[in-house]
Design a protein around this ligand. Structure first.
Ligand code: HEM
Length: 476
């Protein structure tokens, strides 16, 4: 099959599916998934290919990964924020970054960060009292930001965590808007948005430069992530300060929001599935009780970890991964031309009944080793796959389990009436479709006065598109 015989998602004659994608990306990729495992999508002047079969996804991310690179449009949208960095670079530059940073994410090092993780969630919960309402989204963002900055630089953000997340959120929002319109305007044009990016990026770089100066002066503890990754063996710095700032912004950006929203959706799923929540509470009560959690407790929290993994299946915070072809590549029976954009989605793969029977059921036991073995490898990719698999998998899973267990040691949560019921896509990540404010209940009340399961139906996850039929036409 040539690329011309690949079904094409019906779109506007001029801009194709670009506007639909910008309006509601999840609905658009669900429409594409209903059309087949390889579907062409037109984004204005560019051709994109949506790839939705695990074997083909394996080719893109792993088996033929040398024939792909991160798309130029992503790199360009982020270039004046992140510069050259592990997330957007390709080839030798990517390899250098990956080799420099990878050692710090080895399991034995990640385990050193558990104390920071425990202290951060404990600090966040210090003022939590049963009977209160808490903004769970804001709390999880604060906790994950504090954790990543403390582990990386051994620096305490204290009350500045909200400011820093504000800068990141705004910067990535502006970058996404650039991408959404295909970076039609160059970054140097002095538009209001470009000037704002410049100002915020300069502020952020100045802050990180001050942390790096402290680190270079030897004031960070030896467990700081940067020490583990970049301790100069021969006394010479292994990365320039500017390169280090690029990597630091990337790791903070890649690490705090994805984990925060994984926690938000894990709690949403627990509140909507009381029997699952009961098992988490029982596991935490049996294995830790009310004493302080430690690293030694983590292997006992198997069910909590499966819950997080299941939340990542249904609510993968990085819902779409993109690449572009460096040369013609044979995928799913067609030859994709050079410079084609390729889109892969952990969201559609994780909700596909071929790989996950009864896909919308929240069932953590799918991730029991015996059952997980039957899931095709590239059907479950919330952390990506191949050589560019997320560097922070262990960090994120450990952090999520610690935060869930720490909260479950103290409180039951129920959503307030106006709270979110499911996800929507915003920029690079999935977000709740409304605020997520929760009531805190004492554990001891649970037997008698257990908050009822949230009676509202979870937002339909698949088939949210208004299009009921496959909106496809074939190009001859
Ligand atoms: C639940 C939380 C997280 C999710 C769902 C997630 C997801 C992902 C995904 C899907 C990718 C691959 C992107 C692609 O192939 O285009 C990725 C890459 C990456 N992630 Fe994560 N991530 C999470 C947490 C973290 C954390 C905590 C860190 C660091 C502390 C981190 C650091 C990175 C880095 C550096 C990359 C780039 C790897 C490379 O290109 O070589 N992530 N992440």
């Amino acid at each position: 099959m040539t690329s011309n015989s690949v079904p094409t998602l019906r779109g506007h004659p001029l801009w194709g599916s670009l506007m639909d994608f910008n309006r509601d990306s999840l609905s658009l990729i669900e429409s594409a998934a209903r059309c087949g495992d390889l579907v062409r999508i037109r984004f204005g002047p560019m051709q994109g290919y949506f790839v939705n079969h695990p074997d083909a996804v394996c080719k893109v991310l792993a088996a033929r990964s040398k024939s792909f690179r991160k798309p130029a449009v992503v790199k360009r949208a982020l270039s004046d924020i992140l510069g050259e960095n592990i997330f957007t670079s390709n080839g030798a530059a990517w390899k250098r970054s990956r080799q420099a940073l990878q050692p710090a994410f080895h399991l034995r090092h990640v385990e050193r960060y558990t104390q920071v993780m425990i202290e951060s969630i404990e600090r966040e919960m210090r003022d939590w009292r049963a009977g209160q309402v808490v903004d769970l989204e804001a709390a999880m963002i604060r906790v994950t930001m504090n954790i990543i900055v403390k582990t990386m630089f051994d620096a305490d953000l204290g009350s500045h965590a909200d400011e820093l997340t504000g800068v990141f959120t705004r910067l990535f929002h502006l970058a996404y808007k650039r991408m959404a319109f295909y970076a039609l305007l160059p970054n140097w044009l002095p538009t209001r948005a470009n000037r704002e990016v410049k100002r915020l990026a300069a502020e952020l770089r100045a802050l990180l430069r001050s942390y790096i100066a402290e680190w270079r002066a030897g004031r960070a503890g030896e467990a700081a992530l940067l020490n583990l990754a970049l301790a100069p063996a021969d006394g010479r710095p292994s990365m320039s300060d500017e390169q280090l700032i690029n990597e630091a912004i990337t790791i903070i950006g890649a690490g705090y929001e994805t984990t925060a929203y994984t926690l938000v959706f894990t709690w949403l799923a627990l509140m909507q599935n009381p029997p699952v929540a009961d098992r988490v509470y029982a596991e935490v009560a049996e294995s830790i009780g009310t004493r302080a959690l430690t690293l030694a407790d983590l292997p006992k929290l198997n069910y909590a970890e499966r819950v997080v993994k299941e939340a990542l299946r249904l609510y993968p915070s990085a819902w779409g991964l993109s690449r572009s072809t460096l040369e013609p590549v044979d995928i799913a029976g067609a030859t994709l031309p050079r410079n084609s954009m390729v889109l892969v989605s952990p969201w559609t793969l994780g909700r596909d009944a071929r790989w996950f029977p009864d896909p919308l059921r929240f069932d953590p036991d799918r991730h029991m080793p015996a059952l997980a073995a039957s899931i095709p490898h590239y059907a479950y990719i919330p952390f990506g796959g191949g050589g560019r698999t997320c560097l922070g998998i262990r960090f994120a899973l450990m952090e999520a389990v610690i935060v869930i267990a720490s909260i479950a040691q103290r409180f039951r949560l129920t959503p307030t009436p106006e709270s979110a019921t499911g996800p929507k896509s915003v920029a690079f990540t999935l977000r709740p479709n409304g605020p997520l404010r929760v009531n805190l209940w004492p554990l001891s009340d649970h037997a008698g006065a257990s908050p009822e399961a949230d009676p509202r139906p979870a937002a339909s996850a698949i088939n949210t598109s208004v299009l009921s039929l496959c909106p496809v036409h074939r190009v001859r």
